[in-house]
Ligand binder design. Structure first.
Ligand SMILES: Cc1ncc(COP(=O)(O)O)c(C=O)c1O
Length: 448
């Protein structure tokens, strides 16, 4: 068939008789007869009495401007960061995967699976399990002071899907504003929707609201991480929060608030969410269970304004039909019975100890050559080191010793010419790994 559609066997040519081809291939004649019959039924061949079996014209149309591209090789990345076999990897964003309470999760899944009514196996609500939506609304009321109606909670496959959904339901949005430096992963998505990207610098008070574009008729979305900016780790000041809200109202724009790791504030409570200050449905609040539990669960949520729910529901119907109810109800069970919050409290203690170890190792090894910036929250720190060495060389030296460290791309405010900025994730690293990793990092920074 492929020989015919690719024109290797041109239309009009006659095929050999079934007997001749069977002899040539050393197969039963019946096999060739069946193959010819199938190709004739599909329209690739036509048999005419007296003139044998002739190839039909079924060449595939080709677009000379577009050639089929080979898929990229599995695991191919674009930097040494993907070395994969690192002894110590300071890649940010991973929680401690070994401390995920697997046994409890498995038994909750089993219990939920057994008690699930048959009806729950049908297509479900595209906005997600109402049990989980209610549990999240109650959790946010308790922990973040957000008065959220379960109807406005949409279950997502993580923050990544929340961003994607927003760009779909707000096609009038012409520009996505992100903080600089910010999460690099976000930079590629907007252009796939024809949305442009604008980076606005941050300082220690958060996004420089004085640099936001003023009213020019364009609708914009500002993606911000006000409670613990990634990667620099600052909380946005109340003045900047109010300025950002006023800007959104003035320019008919909206704000996506990413509250991805506020559960892990080591000193006191995290700042009040922007969504709590919003009186005009401008803020869409998102959260994820990728950091509190595990990224592979692909569970997160967004609090969507009522006027967007119908559109979100339509997209969710096509994308994933609301996701896997079984998983969502298991998580709802954990939030309802306190298992989730106990896990978060335990992990907060674990990450706090790791943060303190990492900070003291850094200071012991680098003294006044290192500054740790940002608030004491989460599973990563941003560090600025004073050195003559270029960042790429530091990364390469660490990599040669099987240690992965990550550069903060873009301008970091207040950084001197002889300073370099890195982000170090420690959520999935044990004490010995942190100690070895920081020693290696410090040696790489100090080597001339
Ligand atoms: C800033 C930020 N927010 C949220 C997330 C979580 O994304 P998701 O919920 O899609 O796993 C990430 C992932 O690393 C991130 O960098």
């Amino acid at each position: 068939m492929e020989l015919i559609t690719s024109d290797a066997l041109p239309a009009g040519n006659r095929l050999p008789s079934t007997r001749a081809l069977a002899n040539h291939l050393g197969v039963a004649r019946m096999t060739v007869v069946e193959a010819y019959d199938w190709l004739s039924d599909q329209g690739y061949l036509v048999s005419r009495r007296g003139s044998g079996t002739v190839i039909q014209d079924v060449k595939l149309p080709l677009d000379s401007d577009r050639k089929l591209q080979r898929p990229p090789k599995l695991g191919s990345g674009n930097s040494s960061e993907n070395k994969g076999d690192l002894k110590v990897d300071f890649r940010p964003g991973l929680p401690d995967l070994a401390l995920f309470p697997r046994q409890q999760w498995t038994s909750t899944l089993k219990r939920i699976g057994r008690s699930l009514p048959s009806q729950a196996l049908a297509y479900s609500d595209p906005l997600g399990s109402i049990r989980l939506r209610s549990a999240i609304a109650a959790y946010l009321r308790r922990t973040r002071g957000l008065q959220t109606d379960p109807c406005n909670v949409v279950i997502t496959a993580g923050t990544a899907q929340a961003v994607d959904l927003l760009l779909r339901v707000r096609p009038q949005c012409r520009e996505l504003i992100i903080e600089a430096p910010g999460p690099d992963v976000l930079k590629k998505l907007p252009s796939t929707y024809g949305v442009s990207l604008r980076e606005i610098p941050i300082d220690s008070h958060g996004l420089r609201s004085d640099l936001l574009p003023e009213n020019d008729g364009f609708v914009r979305c500002a993606y911000v991480i006000p409670s613990h900016q990634f990667p620099l780790g600052y909380a946005m000041s109340i003045e900047r929060r109010l300025a950002l809200l006023s800007w959104a109202i003035r320019t008919n724009s909206f704000i996506l608030e990413d509250d991805y790791d506020s559960e892990f504030a080591f000193a006191g409570r995290p700042a009040v969410p922007l969504a709590k200050l919003d009186r005009s449905d401008r803020v869409i609040y998102t959260g994820t269970f990728s950091k509190t539990l595990a990224p592979s669960l692909r569970l997160g949520f967004m609090i969507a304004p009522s006027h967007l729910l119908e559109k979100i529901s339509t997209f969710k119907w096509w994308i994933d039909h609301g996701g896997v109810t079984h998983l969502q109800d298991a998580l709802a069970q954990w939030i309802e019975d306190g298992t989730f919050e106990r896990h978060v409290q335990r992990m907060r203690r674990v990450y706090k100890r790791r943060y303190e170890l990492l900070a003291s190792e850094l200071v012991n090894a680098l003294g006044d050559r290192v500054r740790i910036v940002g608030d004491r929250v989460g599973m990563h720190v941003a560090v600025i080191v004073r050195t003559k060495c270029q960042s790429e060389l530091i990364i390469a030296r660490c990599c040669a010793k099987d240690v992965g460290v990550y550069l903060i791309n873009g301008n970091v405010f207040g950084m001197a010419r002889d300073e370099r900025a890195f982000v170090l994730g420690f959520g999935n690293l044990h004490n010995k790994e942190i100690a070895y990793g920081i020693r290696t990092f410090a040696e790489s920074v100090m080597a001339t």
